[in-house]
Design a protein around this ligand. Sequence first.
Ligand code: AMP
Ligand code: MG
Length: 348
Amino acid sequence: MSGLTARRSWWLAVVLLLSACGQKEAQLHDTQLLVMGTLVNVSILDGDEDVAAVATTEVEQRLRQMHRDLHAWQPGPLTRVNEAIASGESAPVDTEKTMLIERGTELSRQSGGLFNPAIGNLIALWGFHSDDGPHGPPPDAAAIRSLLAQAPSMTDLHIDDGRLRSDNPAVQLDFGGFAKGYAIDEAIRILREHHIDNAIVNAGGDLRVIGRHGARPWRIGIRDPRGPGVIASVEVSGDECVFTSGDYERYFEYQGRRYHHIIDPRSGYPAVGSSSVTVLSHEAIVADAAATALFVAGPDTWAQTAKAMGIDQAMLIDDKGNVYMTPAMAKRTHFEVDPPPPIKVVVP
Ligand code: AMP
Ligand code: MG
């Protein structure tokens, strides 16, 4: 979860602009929260104004608590767990962390290890565990090799009686690849507890919707990874999430090259070949993890990874601007640029 940037707030505005169609038919309780280092927009379209305000406050408190509990580098509950792992000790873990470790282990297994929340050491080595952004230069090749040789994996972790231990002291948990998804799922759970049926929770362009936006579906823009605007849009309704992983979100440039924050656990370097991946799914935690995994898989193997993770709607834009989509994604995607980019539909 990175710091708020002008770029991100601009992007949020684009998403809102697109989703504003059909707004006339519905009452809107719209709140922007600055939480988890990003702007989170909670839009509620039904129910009582007071209920909407109470539910939004509860969402805000929950997201603030998660930010503290799951932060990968600011000292807190997760850094304490990581310290214990590094020193070969066991550590108590609450039910939330237990659940995230279990889900993270399963998502990592499905992705063939391309999504790997155990590589916190590598992410820190690249300088992404910092509040004022990564600066470079890239780390030493020998340091990367040495971390890779220790092969941190979620399968090294074991939980018994609420205590976590690791077979491998090189494991460091970093939930950055799916924590935002989990947070959005939690926000929607809270809204539903308040009997809110039509809403959207949007964290910097990653979002989940429930219900409808008035008489029409919600219209969501997918950002052009190399341009200033939207490359495509999809209409979503019912209960769906749209998550994008991009190399433009956190990066530094060094000697004319971009080094971004999505690390290929096989090489120890930022993943090559992709510039963005968008995934649609019913659960935000899955969409978030899958977007990261497919980004790492890249243009040659993303479709196999999608299949292995149970994803049938995904789009990858490679570093040359070519677009790859599953048939189900192609059916519902509307390109907003003229002419549309080169598109290849790939059956997973
Ligand atoms: P996202 O923007 O969802 O793709 O997540 C990127 C964040 O996930 C990074 O900032 C890291 O904290 C973490 N991360 C980077 N590479 C991986 C990976 N291969 N597997 C899991 N998490 C990763
Ligand atoms: Mg992700």
